[in-house]
Write a protein that binds this ligand. Sequence first.
Ligand SMILES: CC(C)(COP(=O)(O)OP(=O)(O)OC[C@H]1O[C@@H](n2cnc3c(N)ncnc32)[C@H](O)[C@@H]1OP(=O)(O)O)[C@@H](O)C(=O)NCCC(=O)NCCS
Length: 158
Amino acid sequence: MGPFVREPEKEPFLRRMRLSDLGAAMEVDRRSLPKPWSERIWRDELDSPFGLYLVLEQDGRVIGQIGVRSVLDELHITTIAVLPEHRRRGHARALIGAALAAYPDARFVHLEVRPTNRTARALYASLGFRETGRRPRYYGDEDALLMTLDLSEGPFGG
Ligand SMILES: CC(C)(COP(=O)(O)OP(=O)(O)OC[C@H]1O[C@@H](n2cnc3c(N)ncnc32)[C@H](O)[C@@H]1OP(=O)(O)O)[C@@H](O)C(=O)NCCC(=O)NCCS
């Protein structure tokens, strides 16, 4: 390696999502979710002052992402996905931990999940989320379970 050749990043690291990540983030979505967001939705979310979007980068590639929105002391996880070949290494847990750490005054974290998404439900349950409701036909073809983490009693809190 000469002095002008930059070693690629081997270890994954978290950073804020930039507009230039949009194509990569949409690719992670496309390979992860049955109904990926449109570019319009992504742009609106990245524009919003109430949102925080983080990516996990490895070797110059986006391998996962998370979005949260905050209102007072409540957070809403709007999206989370990790590329299939990078799963089961704690990346989703790290993404959620980093997003929550950005809001130290948050009390509740909410999210919607498909009842059939056993993997995601297992992830959320492992972090202390509980089922707190159901939103009929939320996904059009399926209901959503509403899951909530109370940070005053969960593993991320006191
Ligand atoms: C859900 C998803 C984000 C999890 O990402 P991940 O990086 O693989 O998750 P992690 O490695 O951080 O897993 C943390 C914990 O979640 C649970 N979990 C994750 N994947 C699991 C699986 N396939 N089966 C059972 N439990 C699982 C486990 O408790 C795991 O801890 P452990 O590995 O120590 O047992 C990923 O599977 C994904 O992108 N799925 C498609 C997109 C999606 O469904 N998003 C959620 C929409 S609501």
